[in-house]
Design a protein around this ligand. Structure first.
Ligand SMILES: O=P(O)(O)OP(=O)(O)OP(=O)(O)OC[C@H]1O[C@@H](n2cnc3c(O)ncnc32)[C@H](O)[C@@H]1O
Length: 185
């Protein structure tokens, strides 16, 4: 039987993370990924409220990571978590939701991306018109409020098999591994 190896959690305990939002799904993802509570502080992403390209989503995550480290100087690493959509016109003609984590320590920048999850075509096209945000659509479809702080679109479409927190957890682990693993030194 293969042994499961985790990210070195002991190292995380010595590190203070600043997270550029108070969003509960994102905070929970950082706790799952690092086993420590981040210092939450809301900062601007510098991109639109509903990013509709991969580039815009990644830039939003990087901006948040840099801004939050400036705002919380006692932290060692700033984390910016951003959700956005991207359209694959090459292989599938399909809209995808994805979740990005940027990590910045003042010198080194790393970006982790969570699973790219297919989104119903009509929702992607509606968002493209720029008049609403995904959370409003998911709130309405799921008859809830604040879906973006909970299981999110992932939870609604998979009946809870994966959640927004799960996806961001993977993105956070991916972004932080180059800081922690000796294989990257
Ligand atoms: O509070 P902040 O950190 O700003 O988080 P947010 O959820 O409002 O904002 P993001 O920038 O991460 O996401 C951009 C938009 O897409 C929405 N969104 C992204 N992923 C979602 C999900 O899984 N479920 C519902 N809405 C989602 C989100 O709520 C925003 O309207």
């Amino acid at each position: 039987m293969s042994q499961v190896r985790s990210v070195p959690i002991l190292l995380h305990k010595e590190i203070r993370y600043a997270l550029g939002t108070y969003n509960q799904a994102k905070r929970a993802a950082v706790v799952l990924a690092t086993a420590v509570e981040p210092i939450c502080h809301s900062v601007a992403s510098g991109v639109s409220d509903q990013p509709m390209t991969e580039d815009e989503t990644i830039i939003g995550a990087i901006n948040r990571a840099k801004h939050v480290l400036e705002a919380v100087p006692e932290a060692d690493i700033g984390l910016g978590l951003e959700g956005g959509l991207t359209y694959d016109s090459k292989h599938t003609n399909q809209w995808y939701l994805f979740s990005v984590c940027a990590a910045w320590d003042g010198q080194q920048l790393s970006v982790g991306r969570g699973v790219y999850f297919p989104i119903p075509h009509a929702i992607g096209e509606k968002l493209k018109q720029g008049e609403t945000e995904l959370r409003h659509i998911i709130d309405e479809l799921g008859s809830t409020i604040g879906s973006n702080h909970k299981e999110g679109a992932y939870g609604l479409f998979t009946d809870g098999r994966i959640t927004r927190t799960d996806v961001f957890r993977d993105a956070v682990i991916a972004a932080l591994t180059p800081f922690h693993s000796n294989f990257y030194k």
